[in-house]
Design a protein around this ligand. Sequence first.
Ligand code: KG4
Ligand code: ZN
Length: 340
Amino acid sequence: MMKKDTYIFGIETSCDETAAAIVKNGTEIVSNVVSSQIESHKRFGGVVPEIASRHHVEQIISVLNKTLEQAGLTFSDMDAIAVTKGPGLVGALLIGVNAAKAIAFAHNLPLIGVHHIAGHIYANRLVKEMTFPLLSLVVSGGHTELVYMKEHGSFEVIGETRDDAAGEAYDKVARTLHLPYPGGPHIDRLAAEGQDTYGLPRVRLEEGSYDFSFSGLKSAVINTVHNAEQRGEVIIPENLAASFQASVVEVLTEKTVRAAKEYNVKQVLLSGGVAANKGLRTSLETVFSELKEVQLVIPPLLLCTDNAAMIAAAGTILFEQGKRDGMDMNGDPGLDIETF
Ligand code: KG4
Ligand code: ZN
């Protein structure tokens, strides 16, 4: 007998994107709607939590409706509702969690809470089937992590940032150079036009560590700019951007390759908003093209930044594993990926 198709409805509201999506059998996007608030946060130079929550409230119903319309399906066609339950901004998470609970209750559907980073990793399954063991480098505005997976639904964090996330460092350096928010794409563009001339530090931490640290690098950039201002010298933004990017990309690439070899993985999956970075993509593509036994997967940009298709994809695996949440589920800003 043919196996019945599984349709999971995903909801994501952990930061500044109000998103919903329907994914079929964990691998196929049926519909995917993202409403971004970037314009509202731009003038503040970063995400303002209270503004984010208000936007989610205003947007959520129309995003849910558009997602069903695009698919030509109704909630009664769904097998479960998956929602990001953490980590993220608590006020923002609560909007998605409560919407998911209401739908699950009204349509008598199973409710599945998903870890946001598990979602980012599973974005890759919408592009290529996962082969285990694998390693995922998750680099976004809020996270920088190396996650080892020996099988579906099993996550071991082998390295993470001890201070700023990579994207956060990009955004702060961009602000120092008077570039608009979010600054990552602007630094990336400038870096391509400049040279690594400023001799910025490579922060590798202790021998063998897979952890990261970007705040020292960020401070080095800020100090470089301030010192130049005090001496009346001019900064060459292209070269400073290129120097900063070279340091970030070198350390990310080095640790990812070392972990891929040590853990003997079959795949390396890149995810998170910083996966859009051209320097990082090129660097990883170059090293992994020489490491034939490891397959590198980089999803298209719209699946790297926050979306709900990735939440539905991760939710499908949890659904198949029989994991369910109750109506007492809450948004959890500090949710742990290894135990959620
Ligand atoms: O995953 P994402 O959309 O949101 C979070 O969950 O944080 O990531 C957003 C981050 C921002 O910090 C943004 O500056 C960064 O990704 N970003 C980039 C690039 N495009 C976006 N960073 C470096 N280079 C890029 N091309
Ligand atoms: Zn994210």
